[in-house]
Design a protein around this ligand. Structure first.
Ligand code: FDA
Length: 496
């Protein structure tokens, strides 16, 4: 059967928060859009899920991104505009810390480490705060020391400054297993500094009450669902873009493109001017004057470009890869830890489950519920990162569950071993994501290719949380990038 042809001003590839925000912004400026999404749902790495419980109920979980921190102002404003209520993570009571020898400490305030370890942690955090303030998040590749900071693995840098293993593990977790979800030996100090700067400071990353502050009632995917509802039939699901023709190969069109472009390199206009774009899926052919590529950078190469992208993009795109983390969901009859005066917040640098938080739902969601009312069941969320995740995926499902619940019980006691529902987010097995939480450069990549990541190629603009400055690797960054790509196109149209 022939493909359905559509014509519009801008074709948006990917209906995650970045793509949908781009489409929303474009339509508000009077441009027509078609959003092509590979999956049969919108939201990308944000995903409201239901898990069947042993109690006969379906329980609501957030399989992907969920938390908003106070610095994430663009997302916060959008959530408000869409009329979605938010609520704060439960945080009353004491936290639990497992020290490297497995000793369990219940504490309020500062982590119960020795005075010398605390002093070492404070020193390392201060060093990182200073670097983050100096380098910033907008263009870390432009810093005079970029290449130098990008040549040192984060772990090597930490061990060059301190001999305190516990301090190093505890500081490393905030960027390595906790954020980029890669071992701290595999990415650079510059990449770590970008992560810190994008959240305002390294101290913000360390402060779980800041970084894991608020959630959307009904789940973060509701943000994408609400934007998609506004766009209606302009969002087409189940249509992976396989081929993107992005400029007529004839000389006249190329010359015309080059004429409107302020900056031409390799014969390819670099300012995102209009062109002739054709996005091809199994059932659709969408012709437009611009494309917004709103997919994670590790998936750029799943699309065939005609003509191929310029050489430097083809090189750069090979150096961005997804991290790996398993988000663990365990639902209990009640939030039993609260009865014991615990907040549910637990840390153990280097352990199988390195962090745990109370993730009890509030409000109306896909499993039911009332606005503003907390669920009676208690939900725990935990994280198994990088090399631990690799190992645990190799185990049979029953063994995997046992090991994880055992690790959670070390923090919360034996009741943790009896959830009514249990689920592991497996974004690495999702064809249209292939990891979690996000992509980052390999050692040295950020300083070599970072400057290219947000530059349009001809009529193709890029938008994703993984190439954001503020809100980097977060939904806020996705929203910012989607809006920025759309406004760049709107600007081109005004000028053209
Ligand atoms: P995203 O990946 O969300 O969307 C891209 C879309 O493009 C997808 O829908 C995909 O199917 C589609 N696509 C890909 N290739 C295509 C093709 N060829 N054709 C058509 N469509 C294609 N963030 C946060 O702020 N707070 C948090 O708590 C967390 N926690 C978290 C946990 C887990 C487990 C994950 C996986 C992620 C998070 N995140 C997070 C990160 C957050 O979810 C992420 O930054 C945003 O969803 C990124 O939005 P984008 O739109 O940039 O990409």
């Amino acid at each position: 059967t022939p493909r359905t042809a559509r014509d519009c001003d801008v074709v948006v590839i990917g209906a995650g928060p970045a793509g949908l925000m781009a489409a929303r912004t474009l339509t508000r400026h009077g441009l027509s859009v078609t959003v092509l999404e590979a999956r049969d749902r919108v939201g990308g790495r944000t995903w409201n899920g239901l898990v069947q419980g042993a109690d006969g109920r379906e329980h609501f979980i957030e399989i992907g991104g969920q938390w908003i921190s106070p610095d994430q102002t663009r997302l916060t404003a959008l959530v408000e505009e869409l009329g979605l209520p938010t609520f704060q993570r439960y945080r009353e009571g004491a936290s639990v810390y497992l020290s490297p020898d497995g000793t369990r400490h219940v504490y309020d305030g500062e982590m119960p480490v020795s005075e010398t370890t605390q002093a070492e942690m404070d020193r390392l955090i201060a060093e990182l705060d200073a670097l983050a303030a100096e380098v910033g998040a907008t263009a870390p590749w432009d810093h005079p020391r970029a290449a130098e900071l990008d040549a040192v693995p984060f772990r090597t840098w930490l061990t060059s400054l301190s001999e305190d293993q516990e301090a190093i593990d505890n500081v490393s977790i905030y960027v390595a297993s906790g954020m980029l979800t890669k071992p701290s030996t595999t990415f650079s100090l510059l990449q770590a500094v970008l992560m810190a700067a994008s959240a305002g400071s390294f101290s913000n990353l360390v402060d779980e009450d800041f970084i894991l502050d608020a959630r959307v009632e009904g789940g973060m995917q509701s943000v994408s669902r609400a934007m998609a509802a506004e766009l209606g039939e302009d969002v087409v699901l189940g249509q992976p873009v396989r081929t993107l023709h992005w400029a007529e190969p004839d000389a006249a069109t190329a010359d015309a493109l080059n004429e409107v472009a302020a900056d031409v390199r390799d014969g390819v206009p670099q300012d995102g001017g209009p062109g002739d774009v054709l996005a091809v899926t199994e059932d659709y052919e969408v012709r437009a004057r611009y494309a917004v590529l709103a997919v994670p950078p590790n998936l750029y190469s799943r699309i065939s470009y005609v003509p191929p992208l310029p050489r430097r993009q083809m090189v750069a795109h090979q150096h961005l890869s997804m991290g790996l983390v398993i988000k663990v969901h365990a639902v209990y009859e009640t939030p039993f830890w609260r009865e014991e005066g615990l907040s549910g917040t637990c840390f153990g640098g280097g352990r199988l489950v390195q962090e745990l938080y109370d993730n009890t739902n509030r409000g109306a969601n896909d499993a039911g519920g009332e606005p503003g009312v907390e669920d009676t069941c208690g939900t725990m969320v935990g994280f198994v990162s990088d090399v631990h995740a690799e190992r645990i995926w190799e185990l049979p499902a029953e063994r995997r569950r046992e090991e994880i619940l055992e690790a959670m019980a070390e923090y919360l006691g034996p009741r943790a071993k009896e959830p009514v529902a249990f689920f592991l987010s497996d974004m690495a097995a999702e064809e249209w994501t292939r990891g979690a939480y996000a992509t980052s450069y390999d050692l040295g990549g950020l300083s070599r290719w970072g400057h290219l990541q947000n530059r349009p190629v001809g009529p193709i603009h890029f938008a994703c949380s993984d190439i954001a400055a503020e809100g980097y690797q977060h939904v806020d960054g996705a929203v910012r990038m989607g809006e920025a790509a759309a406004l760049a196109i709107v600007d081109q149209e005004r000028r053209g």
